[in-house]
Design a protein around this ligand. Structure first.
Ligand code: FES
Ligand SMILES: [Fe+2]
Length: 391
């Protein structure tokens, strides 16, 4: 038997046919019964409509002239045109073909042509719950009746008069969402960022899965890049340690309660994802001093920091995960070679949640909507460097 690996001729397997953790996770979706980011609030102006796609389902998200955001399925009930090819009029979305107008609940509320002697019809497309918080328009692609029961994470640093300085940045990458989650918590990829040095010499201290979350900690030099380094008070902030979490379906990091980020991913399809990052900082200091930079000055400084460091750094990740996606599609059947146990923990959580979601689709009585961590804890310490083997 040949020991030479030859690439598979077929596309990667569907979730049901997947044979190992990686094949499963790369085919898994994200449970739609959570809030997902649609757009930055500032990028959806009154009178604008945008198409947002969640796992191939197209949704029209629009802001009425009253400033309220609404979302409905992106198809006209008449001839199935995408409603995003139309426009917003008042608080309704108007289809460009025959001019039918839809309100925020997806009801046809105006038909500007003859009704042929009929009563005004009750046509409707599904509506999608939306809300705005943290500078993001969120939508709930799952069962609408679940929306009120599911909460966004509480992030007090992002709102109110004492909100921290923030750098919001997003990217749409041709990569499966699980590649992005693997990337953000697996610091073995410091090599990729050897120019910007956001984390260096990472040692995984511990990780544990608690309910629907994976928590982990690294000893690592944080923000060691030549530029970043100058603006962090390294005497007062412990920049040698970082906590991270995959709090399904979101991800975050925390450096000494001074530097944090959250990542919200919208899974567009099996090979496309849009990532919304918000990096936030309690305080920057004037380089070579311990003097804090006032918030107003910070505001002017953050766009420059975003262009000079955050964006190019994330672009490196974007290039890597897109290349990984291509490699995956060519070589999905290659033997697994993975060292960081955190990656497996993340993937297991994504798979478990997707299996649970699929089970509720087959048998709705199983739907016991709970996003609270359960009391069962499974914890594990990093052990040796055993690679995962092909299951
Ligand atoms: S197709 Fe939309 S109004 Fe006719
Ligand atoms: Fe990275």
């Amino acid at each position: 038997m040949s020991r030479i690996y030859t690439k598979p001729q077929s596309p990667p397997p569907a979730f049901e046919d997947a044979k190992n953790t990686r094949q499963k996770v790369r085919a898994a979706g994200l449970d739609p019964n959570y809030w997902y980011p649609a757009e930055w609030s500032k990028d959806l102006k009154a009178g604008e409509v945008k198409e947002v796609v969640f796992w191939k389902r197209s949704i029209a998200v629009f802001r009425g002239e009253d400033g309220q955001v609404r979302a409905i399925e992106n198809r006209c009930a008449h001839r199935q045109l995408k409603l995003t090819t139309g426009h917003v009029e008042g608080c309704n979305l108007v289809c460009p073909y025959h001019g039918w107008a839809y309100d925020g609940e997806g009801r046809v509320v105006d038909i500007p042509h003859s009704l042929f002697g009929r009563k005004f019809p009750k046509f409707k497309v599904p509506d999608v719950p939306v809300q705005e918080r943290y500078g993001i328009v969120w939508f709930f692609p799952g069962e609408p009746e679940n929306a009120a029961k599911v909460k966004l994470p509480e992030i007090p640093e992002l709102e109110g008069p004492n909100a921290w300085s923030q750098i919001p940045v997003d990217g749409t990458w041709s990569a499966h969402h699980s590649m992005i989650f693997d990337n953000v918590c697996d610091f073995t990829h410091a090599y990729l960022h050897r120019k910007f040095r956001p984390f260096v010499d990472a040692d995984l201290l511990k990780y544990e899965t608690v309910g629907d979350a994976v928590y982990l900690e690294y000893d690592t030099k944080v923000g060691d890049g030549q530029f970043n380094k100058l603006f962090i008070n390294r005497k007062r902030v412990n920049v040698d340690h970082m906590k991270l979490g995959y709090q399904y379906p979101y991800q975050w990091s925390n450096t000494d309660d001074q530097i944090k980020h959250w990542l919200f991913v919208c899974p567009i399809d099996e090979r496309t994802s849009r990532s919304f990052f918000i990096f936030f900082f309690k305080q920057f200091v004037i380089p070579f001093t311990q003097i804090g930079i006032p918030k107003t000055v910070m505001k002017a400084f953050l766009p420059a920091a975003k262009q000079l460091t955050v964006k190019p750094l994330l672009a490196e990740d974007g290039v890597a995960v897109e290349a990984e996606q291509e490699g995956w599609e060519r070589h999905w059947d290659a033997p697994l070679a993975e060292l960081n146990p955190v990656v497996k923990a993340f993937q297991d959580l994504t798979i478990r949640k997707w299996e649970a979601y699929l089970a509720t689709q087959r048998d709705p009585s199983l739907s016991q909507l709970s996003t609270k961590p359960d009391s069962k804890r499974s914890s594990a310490e990093p052990q040796g460097s055993e690679g995962e083997t092909n299951a």
